[in-house]
Write a protein that binds this ligand. Structure first.
Ligand SMILES: *[C@@H]1O[C@H](CO)[C@@H](O)[C@H](O)[C@H]1NC(C)=O
Ligand SMILES: *[C@@H]1O[C@H](CO)[C@@H](O)[C@H](O)[C@H]1NC(C)=O
Ligand SMILES: *[C@@H]1O[C@H](CO)[C@@H](O)[C@H](O)[C@H]1NC(C)=O
Ligand SMILES: *[C@@H]1O[C@H](CO)[C@@H](O)[C@H](O)[C@H]1NC(C)=O
Ligand SMILES: *[C@@H]1O[C@H](CO)[C@@H](O)[C@H](O)[C@H]1NC(C)=O
Ligand SMILES: *[C@@H]1O[C@H](CO)[C@@H](O)[C@H](O)[C@H]1NC(C)=O
Length: 428
């Protein structure tokens, strides 16, 4: 019937031809789009997840927008009151930042951002500028120090400094007081609180890395960012079947959603607004946990670690983040990538091709006495090693060892000088 109509009507034929061309065109367009997508996807690196996570939606996808101007901030809380303990870590992290930038597209900018109580001499000598946010995209990479008032100073009514030096910190007074009361013996809350309270100091970055200080950036970090607006979380190790069930039950008590993912690492890499949202909810959860799920002797550390790994006050911030991330994935549809093979990777693996093959972006010192061990390093047990002998050792162990030893041998001024020249020549 169709055919007879067409035969009888050349206009219709013309019309049908057009329809056909339109469909053909759409197919081609669609095909082009899928090619585009493929190109972009092949840019991205897909990694396998740990088998124990029963959900396929959290594959960590990476992206390489090599010709776009990308701004990144590396955010750490630096407990200046324990500078002796943490300065060596800060130095090797700084050293790895320089190393990473050698592989970074020339137009990208990555700032190191340190929140701390005081602008100490070492920070000044390292060339870190004080209380100055990034105001333009072209500015060279900087180390920026922001004064941060730690939670343990918030015990009274006039605890907030009247000189108004906390330009970029938005105090949540109520919550701080409660956190202070319930988490006194727990020192790691500040490293989440910086993300919750200091948003104006990092809102201008495309991506931030929230991390501890005892870490190393690899060269891969130089040219990978999370795909789309996902936030990647690293490898964690706090979960047992018991604690996973318990946290699920606690989410119910709090009237929070639960996406059923676990072992969420301490490092986050993603857009600032998502990070702040997670930090904010993590603190709520930390407070709920301390008040309802830990007894006073546990909070006071009087049990030591006898309950580890089943239920341990020492990983309170991890439990808090666990609840926050699981809630926000469902409640606000935030995109999370479980970067269990990319972030928070061990520093004691000897495989020469591990970093490259598995695309590790970031190493984190786990408890170990195998090289590289941060405690042995701080004890001076590696001081006899000449870092130049490790130039060709591309294993995580060799890389961490070399950078840590170099950071120890370099002067503050030397590190600062290397920063000043880090973007002096286009390198890719
Ligand atoms: C692929 O990437 C390019 C450049 O980054 C971008 O302009 C384009 O929109 C992307 N295409 C898709 C389908 O995401
Ligand atoms: C608050 O803490 C500071 C420093 O820890 C201390 O000097 C001060 O006496 C405390 N104030 C109150 C009201 O407890
Ligand atoms: C702060 O805490 C007090 C006492 O817990 C409460 O009465 C008050 O409503 C809280 N204020 C805000 C803004 O949450
Ligand atoms: C949550 O994950 C665990 C294993 O990781 C699985 O045994 C359990 O069935 C999951 N629960 C839900 C509600 O998906
Ligand atoms: C922080 O979380 C609380 C609830 O947990 C919410 O009321 C508040 O608006 C949040 N603030 C931001 C900036 O996300
Ligand atoms: C590293 O490799 C280069 C080239 O293969 C070689 O010339 C150099 O001697 C090696 N250095 C060390 C410390 O092994």
């Amino acid at each position: 019937m169709m055919l007879s109509i067409v035969r009888n009507n050349s206009k219709r034929l013309f019309f049908l031809l057009n329809v056909f061309l339109f469909i053909l065109n759409s197919i081609i367009l669609f095909h082009q789009q899928s090619i585009q997508t493929c190109v972009n996807t092949s840019d991205s690196h897909l990694t396998t997840r740990q088998n124990d996570i029963g959900n396929n939606d959290y594959t960590p996808r990476l992206h390489q927008p090599l010709t776009s101007l990308i701004l990144r901030g590396l955010l750490v809380f630096y407990p200046q009151s324990q500078e002796e303990e943490y300065l060596p870590e800060l130095l090797w992290f700084y050293r790895s930042w320089l190393e990473m930038m050698q592989q970074e597209p020339f137009i990208w900018r990555t700032d190191l951002i340190i929140y701390t109580e005081k602008y100490t001499l070492p920070l000044q000598q390292l060339g870190c500028i004080y209380n100055r946010i990034r105001i333009n995209k072209g500015e060279l990479p900087q180390c920026r120090v922001f004064p941060y008032q730690t939670l343990d100073f918030r015990n009274g009514t006039d605890e907030i400094d009247k000189t108004n030096m906390y330009l970029y910190q938005q105090f949540d007074k109520n919550r701080s007081m409660s956190l202070m009361e319930y988490t006194k013996k727990y020192p790691y809350i500040d490293s989440i609180n910086i993300i919750a309270e200091c948003y104006p100091s990092f809102a201008m970055y495309d991506y931030i890395l929230r991390t501890d200080i005892d870490v190393f950036l690899t060269k891969n970090f130089g040219h990978f960012v999370p795909h789309k607006d996902a936030l990647l979380v690293g490898k964690g190790g706090y979960s047992t079947a018991f604690s996973a069930r318990r946290l699920t039950r606690i989410a119910k008590d709090m009237n929070w959603m639960h996406a059923n993912i676990t072992n969420i690492g301490s490092t986050w890499y993603g857009p600032p607004h998502i990070a702040q949202r997670i930090a904010n909810f993590s603190l709520e959860a930390v407070l709920h946990l301390s008040m309802n799920e830990f007894t006073l002797p546990e909070r006071q550390g009087r049990l030591g670690d006898v309950l580890w790994p089943e239920w341990h006050f020492g990983v309170l911030s991890m439990y808090g983040t666990h609840l926050a991330v699981n809630h926000l994935i469902v409640a606000e549809n935030i995109r999370i990538g479980l970067a269990t093979t990319l972030l928070d990777q061990n520093t004691d693996t000897k495989d020469l091709y591990d970093i490259e093959k598995n695309n590790h972006l970031h190493l984190h010192c786990w408890h170990t006495f195998e090289p590289f061990s941060k405690s042995l390093f701080k004890d001076g047990r590696y001081n006899h090693i000449n870092p130049s002998t490790l130039m060709n050792d591309t294993s995580a162990s060799g890389y961490a060892m070399r950078l840590a030893l170099e950071s120890r041998l370099m002067s503050f001024g030397g590190l600062r000088q290397a920063l000043l020249t880090s973007k002096s020549l286009p390198n890719s």
